[in-house]
Design a protein around this ligand. Structure first.
Ligand SMILES: Cc1cc2nc3c(=O)[nH]c(=O)nc-3n(C[C@H](O)[C@H](O)[C@H](O)COP(=O)(O)OP(=O)(O)OC[C@H]3O[C@@H](n4cnc5c(N)ncnc54)[C@H](O)[C@@H]3O)c2cc1C
Length: 397
């Protein structure tokens, strides 16, 4: 019985409800959103109204209370429909609400988490800077003490939801020379404050519905109540958020892989060459079999990791050291394999579509462009391999 990998009736009902909602409300707008490269405000609003921006957040804080497993069910279904919407939800929920849930005071939760989970406010997460990408602890944005508050100055880049967010979970250096161990603090920065400005928004290969924004911080004054967690412990806050983000990225990738495979199966049965549907050829059948194997394996990995995080709960002070290491290693493994398998599966699905797969505007062409970023953001796969191998060399398998 300890290995009972099955969803409850309530979880299956949630999946069905999400699937119907997305088919009716989100799927019809995706092609136009991708072509126009516009943030999908109307569908984001509808998803917020349904509570889908607070799926894992407990009900007492305005969420649906469905935990990480429920959240991954949601992202898996969303991943089947559109990666841009998935990224918008992920930046808000994994990277925005997790830090509040795990490190926020009761007052911070009431002020920032409740409206975020209810879908009244949008969150973003900002760690990356021009000089600090993979070396994410090397932040140059400065938070100087002024009275009991802080003055924040610097430049952040590549912030998903950066143009639209009401509040940013922002990492800044309280003492830059200390680096990630003591020198980085997490702040809750409302984007209507004087000194805050959205800079350049990137044009991208994929994820055309998302904003990827530069943030310019020119002496933004923050009160003491905006410090999230302890001063100097912001790197822990960021890494806790990324552990959740990496597993949920796996769920969204899983959805993308299933959609691409379903499209490839359908196409192969309907495309006739040399007098037979191409699905009759072994070369195509074996590709489909390889795709199915990856989907099957990833499903177990994603939900194993999500259930593990649910069992650990949202109180970092109660987590043992080894438990933390296990969680981080597992999240890195899921992120790395999910993003690479998604790229492989979608590439094969495109190949099965032949020339049509390369034509702008087909779902498989969009999926191919959208999937590539998953090997880069939330920590590149080289960094995931560093995380996994360092832990392996310290603790063993
Ligand atoms: C669309 C998009 C959305 C994003 N959203 C967010 C967001 O919401 N919030 C946020 O904070 N950031 C965000 N990012 C930033 C993203 O997380 C970074 O781009 C990523 O972590 C890599 O950093 P970098 O681009 O500076 O690459 P670099 O760190 O410069 O890496 C360049 C290459 O060197 C490799 N490399 C670096 N160091 C090592 C090493 N020690 N060993 C081996 N290889 C190494 C990398 O793996 C990579 O292949 C986003 C980026 C994009 C493109």
């Amino acid at each position: 019985m300890p290995f009972d990998f099955s969803f409850s009736a309530d979880q299956e009902a949630f999946r069905d409800a999400v699937r119907s909602f997305l088919a009716k409300e989100v799927a019809p707008v995706v092609a136009e959103m991708d072509e126009k490269e516009e943030f999908p405000r109307a569908t984001v609003r509808r998803m917020q109204e349904e509570g889908y921006f607070g799926v894992p957040v407990p009900e007492e804080y305005g969420g649906l209370g469905l935990g990480k497993v429920g959240y991954c069910i949601f992202l898996e279904e969303l991943g089947k429909v559109d990666a841009s919407h998935g990224t918008i939800v992920g930046a808000h929920t994994s990277l925005g609400t997790t830090p509040l849930l795990c490190y926020g005071t009761e007052e911070q939760k009431r002020r920032w988490l409740v409206p975020a989970a209810k879908g009244e406010k949008l969150l973003a997460f900002s760690l990356t800077e021009p000089g600090s990408g993979s070396d994410s602890g090397a932040v140059h944005t400065v938070a100087e003490k002024e009275g009991d508050g802080w003055v924040v100055t610097g430049n952040k880049i590549y912030v998903s939801n950066g143009k639209e967010a009401d509040t940013i979970v922002l990492m800044a250096g309280n003492d830059i020379k200390l680096g990630p161990n003591g020198g980085v603090t997490a702040f809750l920065l409302d984007t209507n404050l004087p000194g805050f400005q959205v800079g350049r928004c990137e044009k991208k290969m994929g994820l055309h519905g998302t904003s990827t924004a530069e943030l310019i911080l020119d002496h933004v004054r923050l009160g003491p109540e905006t410090v999230l967690g302890e001063v100097g412990k912001g790197f822990h806050v960021a890494m806790t958020a990324l552990d959740v983000g990496r597993v949920s990225l796996g769920a969204a990738s899983l959805g993308g892989m299933q959609a691409a495979t379903a499209q490839a199966i359908d196409f192969s049965k309907n495309r006739t060459q040399f007098g037979l549907p191409i699905s009759e050829y072994e070369a195509i059948q074996f590709k489909l079999a390889d795709m199915a194997m990856k989907i099957h394996a990833l499903k177990f990995m994603v939900y194993h990791a999500a259930a593990h995080q649910d069992r650990m709960g949202n109180e970092p002070k109660q987590w043992g050291r080894l438990e933390r290491y296990d969680k981080t290693r597992e999240a890195a493994i899921v992120k790395c394999l999910a993003s690479e398998w998604a790229a492989e599966v979608i590439d094969e699905a495109l190949q099965i579509h032949g020339g049509l797969g390369y034509i702008r505007g087909t779902p498989i062409e969009r999926a191919y462009r959208d999937a590539r970023i998953s090997q880069i953001f939330e920590g590149t796969n080289e960094i995931q391999r560093l995380v996994i191998s360092r832990d392996l060399l310290t603790r063993g398998l």
